[in-house]
Design a protein around this ligand. Sequence first.
Ligand SMILES: NC(=O)C1=CN([C@@H]2O[C@H](COP(=O)(O)OP(=O)(O)OC[C@H]3O[C@@H](n4cnc5c(N)ncnc54)[C@H](OP(=O)(O)O)[C@@H]3O)[C@@H](O)[C@H]2O)C=CC1
Ligand SMILES: O=C(O)[C@@H]1CCC=N1
Length: 263
Amino acid sequence: MKIAIIGAGSLGQSIAKGLLKNEVVQTLYLTKRNTNTLQSFTNFKEVILTSNNQEAVKNADILIFAVQPKHLEHILTNIQPLLFDRHILISVITGFSIAKIEAIVGPNITIIRAMPNTASAVGQSMTCISANTSGKEKVTLAKTIFNSLGNTLEIPEEQLQAATVICASGIAFWMRLIRATTQGAIQLGFEAHEAHELAMQTCFGAASLLKESGNHPEVEIDRVTTPGGCTIEGLNEMEHQGLSSSLIKGIKKSFDKINQIKN
Ligand SMILES: NC(=O)C1=CN([C@@H]2O[C@H](COP(=O)(O)OP(=O)(O)OC[C@H]3O[C@@H](n4cnc5c(N)ncnc54)[C@H](OP(=O)(O)O)[C@@H]3O)[C@@H](O)[C@H]2O)C=CC1
Ligand SMILES: O=C(O)[C@@H]1CCC=N1
C-alpha cells in the first residue's frame, strides 16, 4: 500500500507509528509544513517526509487527511487536479462532512471518513468509519487499514460526531480517570511510579475482563463487591459524589460542543 498522511500532527503521527509497526505500508508519505518535528521517522525506509502535498498525492493511492478542519478546504483545492479514480481519500477530521469534501473534489472520488484515536500508535484504536456512495466498495480496504491499528465499526455518518466524543476524546477521559486513581493511590502511600503502574494495569485488566468474557460491567462488579466490604463502600461514595452522572454529563457537553462545529 502507498499511503500519504497529509498533516502528520498528533493524530497523524499516531496513525503513522501504528502502520509502521505493523509493516502494512510499502511507501508512507508524511506531510506537514514544518517537517523538522518528524525527524524520528527518518529511520524508517518506507517513510518520505515532505511539505509538498501535491508530491505526496501524486505518489500515493490512499490519502489520509489529518489536518485541523480550518486547513482542509485549501489543501483539497490545491490537490484536486491531481486526484484520479485510484485515489482513496480518508478524512479523520472532525466536523468536515463527506458532502463538503465531495463539493471540492467531485462525487466520483472515493471518500471515507474515519474517526480513530491516538491509541492507533500502539494498535489499540477504536475507529468508526463511514463512506460516500463511491466509497462503499472500498470501505473494506479502509477497514483493513484501521483494523491493523485496532478495532473498527462501520456506522452512518450522522453518528460520527458521537463516535468522536466516545472514542477519540474518550482517550483523554480515560487518561484522567487513570490519573485520579493514581493520585488516590499516592495518598494511600504508594510511590508515584508504583501508583501509576497499579492504576494503569488495573484499568487494562478491567477492560480485558469485559472484552474476553463479554460480560456486563455489573456482573464483574458483583464479583468484586464483598457484602459489607470496602469495594461497595467506596463505590457507593463515588456514586453519591456523582461519578456516573458527571461522566455522562461530560460526554453530553463534549457532544454539544462538537455539534457547534459546522459540518
Ligand atoms: N488528536 C486526536 O486525538 C484526534 C484528532 N482528530 C482530528 O484530527 C485532526 C488533526 O488533529 P491533531 O492531530 O490533534 O492536530 P495537529 O494540529 O496536531 O496536527 C495537524 C497537522 O497538520 C499540519 N498542517 C497544517 N497545515 C498543513 C498543510 N497545508 N499541509 C500539510 N500539513 C499541514 C500541521 O503541521 P505544520 O504546522 O507543520 O504544517 C499539524 O502538525 C483534527 O481535525 C482533529 O479534529 C480526530 C480524532 C482524534
Ligand atoms: O478535541 C478535539 O476537538 C479533537 C477531536 C477529538 C479529539 N480531538
